[in-house]
Write a protein that binds this ligand. Structure first.
Ligand SMILES: [Zn+2]
Length: 378
């Protein structure tokens, strides 16, 4: 497999911040991914490099967020927030106020903007910001653990340079903030695979949300049933995403790699293994376009760290089926269940899942195809 110029975006500066201890969002995941990859020798050599994020500049933040919201966020970060801020979702259980929250959000998001710039300049063919992926934030709204929508900003920065952007979101939650940012546009196509919104936050992302006006057909939602397993997921991905990507013919991918769709995630109910992420990334690599990837959700920490480390090895072209076990030999993964490498073991699928999941996935595939394929001449 060919290696490619790949930038891993991280700085120890990010370690100065943390959500409150009882909050499920663990910013330490990115540090752990870096540590694991470093121990495997996979952050340098063969075109790989580490790049530090810069805080996203105000002029960039304002491409998506309102001045009023940014002001409220900064003020809250300094310990002062009021009813107006609460109205914008700042200081809720999901989006608590904590010290340095603004600085953290702007630095973590700045990493995704740096990734977009590296791709635009040709300095990277793949960039991965494991501290990014805040897909729920709205222009004037903190939501679902997200304050600054770095992935929307990354898409905007790329689209401003006339790039056709394919945003793919495999987080278990609907990528609502990004989908609605480009709902009326056709230069950024958004495709989100997520758990059925009837049972999971944010309650949007049904098949009939397909964009509007000029953007009609350029927003694609694939809601999946509880218990969706690898084979069913890949069936939906190959039936829906691959033809649409081919028809759209993007210049660049923005990939939100939330790992909360993995089996055992405490906040969701899909049944995937990280083998799905290998397959998804390999499919994208077949299109031979640059990929800007980010983290996202993922609340089983060890599984998330392993999934993102695996994703990086595939993104940068270092993944080798034969060498994988050797490469990880001797590395303590801190996971008592599995020490055999970065890949998850295959999970057994029971009869009940076969009987209920696959037909439901097939119905969703049919429904999405009926709503958007004709718009793209498919
Ligand atoms: Zn999520």
């Amino acid at each position: 497999m060919a290696t490619r110029k790949a930038a891993f975006i991280y700085s120890t500066e990010l370690e100065r911040y943390a959500y409150p201890p009882e909050h499920p969002f663990n910013v330490d995941r990115a540090r752990k991914v870096r540590e694991l990859l470093k121990s495997m020798g996979l952050l340098s050599g063969d075109g790989r490099s580490e790049v530090a994020p810069r805080p996203a500049e105000r002029i960039v933040l304002k491409k998506f967020h309102s001045a009023r919201y940014l002001h409220a966020l900064k003020t809250a970060s300094e310990g002062k927030w009021d009813a107006e801020a609460m109205d914008m979702g700042i200081g809720t259980g999901d989006c608590p106020v904590f010290r340095g929250l603004y600085e953290y959000a702007v630095l973590a998001s700045g990493g995704t903007v740096v990734g977009a710039e590296l791709i635009l300049s040709g300095d990277a063919e793949a960039a991965f910001n494991p501290s990014g992926g805040f897909h729920h934030a709205g222009p004037e709204r903190a939501s679902g653990f997200c304050y600054i929508n770095d992935v929307a900003l990354g898409c905007i920065v790329l689209a401003e340079q006339k790039k056709r952007v394919l945003y793919l979101d495999v987080d278990v939650h609907h990528g609502d903030g990004v989908a609605y940012a480009f709902y009326k546009r056709r230069d950024v196509m958004t495709i989100s695979f997520h758990e059925n919104p009837r049972v999971l936050f944010p309650g949007t992302g049904f098949e009939d949300e397909i964009g509007s006006g000029e953007g009609k057909g350029y927003c694609v939602n694939v809601p999946l049933p509880v218990g969706t397993y690898d084979e069913a997921y890949m069936k939906a991905f190959e039936a829906i995403a691959l033809p649409l990507i081919g028809a759209f013919n993007p210049d660049v991918f923005v990939l939100q790699l939330g790992a909360d769709a993995l089996a055992g995630d405490p906040l969701a109910h899909l049944y995937l293994t990280n083998n799905v992420y290998v397959e998804v990334i390999n499919h994208l690599l077949d299109f031979d376009r640059p990929i800007l990837a980010t983290g996202g959700g993922g609340y089983n920490i060890e599984n998330t760290v392993r999934a993102w480390a695996l994703a990086w090895t595939v993104l940068c072209g270092a993944y080798s089926e034969q060498e994988e076990n050797l490469a990880v030999g001797g590395v303590m993964l801190g996971n008592t269940e599995w020490q055999g490498g970065l890949r998850d073991r295959r999970l057994a699928v029971n009869d009940q899942q076969h009987k209920t999941v696959m037909p439901a996935v097939e119905a969703v595939i049919g429904s999405v195809k009926a709503k958007v394929f004709a718009i793209h001449g498919l």
